[in-house]
Design a protein around this ligand. Structure first.
Ligand code: SF4
Length: 125
């Protein structure tokens, strides 16, 4: 597999923010230990994986965190692992359990995206 260029710091933050919003929107569903191990094994064996930072060379995300999120998927073409489907009941439980956490995440993400926009505007001047 041909190695690609690591995304810029800004691109990494943006990718992670997008993944976070999807994760929170769906009620913050996490993988089982088995699902997580399966994903992280694929990452560790992948040529795009950066062992020093435990991050993906394509999206820049920290894989020990991202691989736990059911909504996350591998950015490779074709993906080495996909988002996991979870049932509606599981989704409801996750939403109720994480309602407070979700509010906090949304606030943090809104602040982060707002900061990114202002950095982008400053960069254009
Ligand atoms: S997310 Fe996909 S491309 Fe990135 S390190 Fe894992 S397996 Fe490789």
């Amino acid at each position: 597999m041909k190695k690609t260029e690591t995304p810029s710091f800004l691109r990494m933050i943006k990718n992670f923010a997008i993944e976070s919003v999807d994760f929170i929107r769906e009620g913050a569903p996490v993988c089982s230990e088995e699902q997580y191990k399966e994903r992280i094994t694929l990452c560790v064996e992948c040529p795009e994986f950066k062992p020093a930072t435990k991050s993906c060379g394509l999206c820049g995300c920290h894989m020990p965190v991202k691989a736990k999120w059911k909504t996350a998927s591998c950015p490779a073409t074709p993906p080495k692992w996909d988002a996991l489907v979870f049932n509606p009941k599981e989704m409801e439980i996750a939403k109720l359990k994480n309602e407070k956490e979700k509010e906090e995440y949304m606030t943090v993400n809104a602040t982060m995206l707002s900061s990114l926009k202002s950095v982008g505007k400053r960069g254009k001047k």
